[in-house]
Design a protein around this ligand. Structure first.
Ligand code: ADP
Ligand code: GLC
Length: 480
């Protein structure tokens, strides 16, 4: 089976959040199961520089009215074939993939259009996918291009990683994006008079997936659907939630190159050393007894970190420590910076994007806070489990599907892996922080047991990759 994944991020080359991690792992996991999975991205400068063995694989005399573009093919460091859409005018720009130059709609519509052509005609070597999987709004127009012209169209899957980012643009841009007015209606790409890239994908893809079973349910409701709940409820028979996995070659406390001391579930003592090193590196007091809470996150409203800020005084009262790694919302950045200045040695704010530091915080912390308002899947809590930092999460989306709360029952039957709270209020989060802090200080034996169980959880990509292959199989079977 031949699959083409189309997206805007790819670990380790272009990463803003979890989408990059997924694209860096899922295609490889599918190849391990015997499928011919490949990826396609815009020819961002870092990719053109770092991908090996690039060679011409196709050409577009006119890419969406933007002139000529080339299709290049190479291989990622993990051995996955990758197609890059090479158009320097559109993609060779400073900054990450989502820096707004005023033409993101053109940049990503061009990606979708070119990918739809590869899906129709194949590359110069004759490789043509059976399934094109579009990831998030940046690839959302692919099924729309097939809806307006089904010639040689492959099967399509639209995957929602985050419904909060739909890609909405004025209807006047339809001709510029080579979109036919016939796809612009309430059951199609139209959304309150505008073009909605994600909705186009949801309306016209053969199947829809999202990244956890709970999120698949939540997005069919007004509270979670961000205005797209109607079309999702309408297409519920075609909608599946498949949990993301973890690339344990990258997220491995017994081998990560970012850690000075390694450990694992059977030899957990190294974690104490890593905690001490983290305290030193982050400028926290070297206090082995203090429960150390960590955050590694985009600082976005979705992540609920304002609730953590409101708990700063309580964390200090508990004599705990907090280290935050993240960038984003200037108000949250300023809030954490001020908290760190007010409580030196107890709170550290690292306002940066730093892959190595992310590993060291997951390894050195006792608890990782993920109090998200919405979380389609969430990967940091999965990494935290493997690193023996107990995740403290809100019961939503993939967080609800992956963390088991600690209580008398779950301690007794050894199912506890972290701490879970429901209401998105600072008081309820504080209650969970208090529970974690007390257990850490007062019952180290239970803590160690839960930690061992957490580290033994297996969220490898294999099972999820298999689920996708089954889904494509059913889809292709239904089409013939
Ligand atoms: P999302 O995709 O919504 O940001 P996920 O939990 O799925 O959330 O994935 C977040 C990914 O981004 C993880 O790999 C996490 O380690 C990483 N990450 C987030 N913020 C930072 C940061 N400031 N520095 C390094 N890595 C970060
Ligand atoms: C999105 C979501 C996150 C998910 C990631 C990868 O960025 O916010 O929950 O883990 O995509 O699917």
């Amino acid at each position: 089976m031949k699959i083409l994944h189309v997206a805007s991020e790819l670990f380790p080359y272009v990463k803003v959040g979890g989408l990059g991690d997924v694209m860096g792992a899922l295609p490889g996991a599918q190849r391990d199961l015997g499928a011919d999975a490949r990826v396609m991205l815009p020819g961002f400068a870092t990719l053109l520089k770092e991908i090996r063995d690039l060679e011409p694989a196709g050409g577009f005399p006119d890419l969406l009215g933007q002139g000529e573009a080339r299709l290049l093919r190479g291989r990622t460091s993990g051995g996955v074939p990758i197609y890059l859409l090479d158009h320097p005018g559109l993609y060779d720009r400073a900054g990450g993939p989502y820096v707004e130059y005023g033409d993101s709609h053109v940049r990503f519509a061009a990606l979708a259009w070119a990918a739809s052509q590869v899906g129709r005609n194949g590359d110069w070597a004759g490789w043509k996918p059976d399934v094109v999987q579009a990831h998030d709004w940046q690839a959302g127009l692919i099924p729309a291009y097939y809806a307006q012209d089904p010639t040689r169209a492959p099967a399509t899957v639209m995957t929602i990683h985050n419904i909060a980012y739909p890609g909405i643009y004025p209807a006047a841009l339809l001709p510029e994006l080579w979109l036919d007015p016939k796809i612009f209606h309430p059951g199609g790409a139209e959304y309150y008079g505008k073009i909605n890239f994600l909705k186009a994908g949801l309306a016209f893809a053969d199947r829809i997936t999202t990244v956890s079973p709970t999120y698949a349910r939540e997005i069919q409701l007004p509270e979670g659907g961000c205005g797209l709940e109607g079309i999702l409820a309408h297409r519920r028979r075609d909608l599946t939630g498949i949990l993301n996995g973890v690339d344990y070659d990258v997220w491995n406390p017994s081998a990560s190159p970012h850690l000075a001391q390694h450990y694992d579930a059977r030899h957990p003592s190294g974690k104490k050393v890593v905690k001490n090193l983290l305290q030193r590196e982050a400028g926290l007091d070297e206090d082995a007894e203090a429960p150390l809470f960590g955050v590694v996150s985009r600082l976005a409203e979705q992540k609920g970190l304002d609730l953590v800020l409101e708990n700063v005084a309580y964390l200090i009262q508990l004599n705990a420590q907090l280290v935050v790694l993240g960038t984003g919302d200037p108000k949250l950045e300023a809030g954490f910076k001020a908290a760190a200045e007010a409580h030196p040695g107890r709170i550290a704010a690292l306002l940066a994007y730093d892959e190595g530091m992310a590993h060291r915080i997951l390894a050195g912390s006792d608890v990782i806070l993920v109090p998200s308002r919405q979380e389609p899947c969430g990967l940091t809590q999965l990494y935290a489990l493997r690193y023996g930092a107990l995740p403290l999460v809100r019961r939503t989306g993939g967080l609800a599907d992956t963390v088991t709360d600690t209580n008398a029952q779950s301690i007794m039957d050894s199912t506890a892996t972290g701490f879970v709270f429901k209401e998105p209020s600072s008081w309820v989060l504080g209650e969970a922080i208090g529970r974690a802090s007390r257990l850490y200080r007062e019952d180290p034996r239970s803590w160690a047991r839960i930690q061992r169980h957490a580290m033994g959880q297996n969220f490898s990509w294999k099972a999820s990759a298999r689920e996708y292959l089954d889904l494509y199989g059913a889809l292709l079977g239904a089409r013939v």
